[in-house]
Design a protein around this ligand. Structure first.
Ligand code: NAD
Ligand code: MN
Length: 365
């Protein structure tokens, strides 16, 4: 039988708790839904690894991913808020090295209550450009007449904007096709497929102007997109406002790197917890599943981190590797556990441990 090799990179903090949890779920999948046999390779990276060995993303890890793996799961990294000589974030490096140009972040309201306690049907897919914007990390500090000043470079390219746009419109059509297979009552989004293009080109007319024009160009230049997908624009600040006022108004959202980072954490609050929201870093030839949350040092090491974001990220990874049935089995098992409400971690108001939730998901498979 075919084998899929998955690199596991727990990295720091709760990454070391939620990645093993996701692995257990993958191992519990019944053979009937599996696209292939799974094989796992444990790989190092992270800030702690940097502190011990002087490198955050070891060459061996990159080499193993490139030569041996079909995809990977990444936990989270404890990047310090101050500059540390020689350190740079391994996940940012990984995205660049493996050319994972889009970060796909579904934000779905399931059985969990929203932040406001309301139950609103949220079914949003945020596509975050993953390689440039301010995350090129070209910063400088200078001494000026009035004291120090710092300058950061923000890069927006036609190529990266086009790839993010392509991903957004293609996913809008794909989601529409999938929704049509559901009974009307079960569809959160009932309208035509829609892509919301986020920018701030009223102020940043050159950089965000290029982003906006390029993404609109992808839409206009493809007959299937132009006729099948509606497109709207939203300035990033009013995007945040509108997302909190009427989160059900969004289908696919596409944003430059930093805006996408920020609005997806915000969107996570709408569905109850960062601990629920998965992502996939997608390129043309590789995919890395990764929960949207960070290493959560405030709760690390206590077996109370919510593993669902990591578990759903593992499902997204399988989906990208041709394992639709396996992914669906995981999504359904997670939804049942959330609806049941007995195995919820403290971030969702429960008292269950990471292990309890993982056990409950495995039991539903
Ligand atoms: P965070 O996402 O780690 O935590 C924010 C809050 O959400 C915390 O209160 C945390 O306890 C809670 N939380 C996050 N994930 C949870 C889970 N699975 N279950 C329950 N609660 C959860 O963000 P932060 O505190 O701003 O950052 C902490 C560290 O993580 C920093 O060093 C930062 O650089 C890093 N970080 C890494 C990534 C990444 O690896 N991609 C992303 C964001 C932040
Ligand atoms: Mn983030």
């Amino acid at each position: 039988a075919r084998t899929l090799t998955i690199g596991l990179i727990p990295a720091d903090g709760i990454g070391r708790e939620v990645i093993p949890a996701a692995r257990r779920v993958l191992e519990a999948l019944p053979g009937a839904v599996m696209p292939a046999r799974l094989r796992f390779v444990d790989l190092d990276a992270g800030f702690e690894h940097f502190q011990k060995h002087g490198v955050a993303l070891p060459e061996e890890t990159l080499a193993a991913l490139k030569s041996d793996c079909d995809g990977a799961l990444f936990g989270a990294v404890s990047s310090p808020s101050h500059k540390v000589a020689g350190y740079s974030s391994p996940i940012v490096g990984l995205r660049k090295q493996m050319d994972l140009y889009a970060n796909v972040r579904p934000v779905v309201s399931g059985a969990a209550a929203t932040a406001s306690g309301e139950r609103r049907a949220i079914d949003m897919l945020i596509i975050r450009e993953n390689t440039e914007c301010l995350y090129v990390k070209q910063e400088e500090q200078h001494d000026g007449p009035g004291g120090k000043y710092a300058v950061a470079k923000r890069v927006i390219s036609e190529r990266a904007s086009r790839r993010a746009g392509e991903m957004a419109f293609a996913m809008a059509l794909q989601r529409d096709a999938m929704r049509r297979q559901l009974p009307e009552a079960e569809r959160a989004w009932k309208g035509r497929p829609k892509v919301t293009v986020v920018h701030k080109s009223n102020v940043l007319s050159v950089t965000d102007g290029l982003w906006r024009e390029t993404v609109r160009g992808v839409h206009a230049g493809n007959a299937a997109y132009a006729s099948g997908v509606d497109v709207e624009e939203q300035l990033v600040d009013s995007m945040v406002y509108r997302m909190f006022r009427e989160p059900e108004a969004f289908d696919v959202v596409v944003a430059p790197n930093m805006y996408g980072d920020i609005i997806s954490d915000g969107a996570a609050a709408l569905v109850g917890s960062l601990g629920l929201v998965p992502s996939a870093n997608v390129g043309d030839s590789f995919v890395v599943g990764e929960p949207v949350h960070g290493s959560a040092p405030d709760i690390a090491g206590r077996n109370i981190a919510n593993p669902i974001a990591a578990i759903r990220s593992a499902a997204m990874l399988l989906e990208r590797l041709g394992g639709d049935a396996a992914a669906l089995a995981i999504y359904r098992a997670v939804d049942k556990v959330l609806a049941d409400g007995r195995a919820l971690t403290p971030d969702l108001g429960g008292a269950a441990t990471t292990t309890d939730v993982t056990d409950a998901v495995c039991a539903q498979l």
